[in-house]
Design a protein around this ligand. Structure first.
Ligand code: FES
Ligand code: FES
Length: 148
């Protein structure tokens, strides 16, 4: 099937119900998207599908055929994504870093839909887990990206 990944059409060989995450990582080599729980709980695997934060570990690949998929590798090509990354770097959010690509994707999806989010908006959208407990820094970076 043909997928639209980071603005480019990519032909992949995969069963229809293969999780998008496996196709991204194993077929396309886009390893910035991480595997955490495999059960839609942690958000490490978050990508954008048509601008929406989507947990790719539980997303059948055939469900995204024809829709634009954005991964962390291309997020800085998006003006909102670039602001998010700048805020993440400026505040030095990551600790171990494992969850952070998913966090950046979730933040970008939030700010694309809600450019000036309330604290409730941030809390409601930023549900990805972080073993290192960077939650305060994540919220600060989202606020900074919203202002920047
Ligand atoms: S790996 Fe997908 S939500 Fe945890
Ligand atoms: S920075 Fe380590 S899990 Fe989030």
């Amino acid at each position: 099937m043909d997928l639209i990944i980071n603005g480019t059409t990519r032909r992949v060989e995969a069963e229809a119900d293969t999780p998008l995450l496996w196709v991204l990582r194993d077929e396309l080599g886009l390893t910035g998207t991480k595997y955490g729980c495999g059960a839609a709980q942690c958000g490490a695997c978050t990508v954008l599908v048509d601008g929406q934060a989507t947990r790719s570990c539980v997303t059948p690949v055939d469900s995204v055929a024809g829709l634009p998929v954005t991964t962390i590798e291309a997020i800085e090509a998006d003006p909102v994504g670039r602001k998010v990354v700048e805020a993440w770097v400026g505040i030095q959010v990551p600790q171990c870093g494992y969850c952070q690509s998913g966090q950046v994707m979730a933040a970008t999806a939030l700010l694309k839909q809600t450019p000036a989010p309330s604290e409730e908006d941030i809390a409601g959208a930023m549900t990805n887990l972080c073993r290192c407990g960077t939650y305060n820094a994540i919220a600060a970076a989202v606020r900074q990206a919203a202002q920047g």
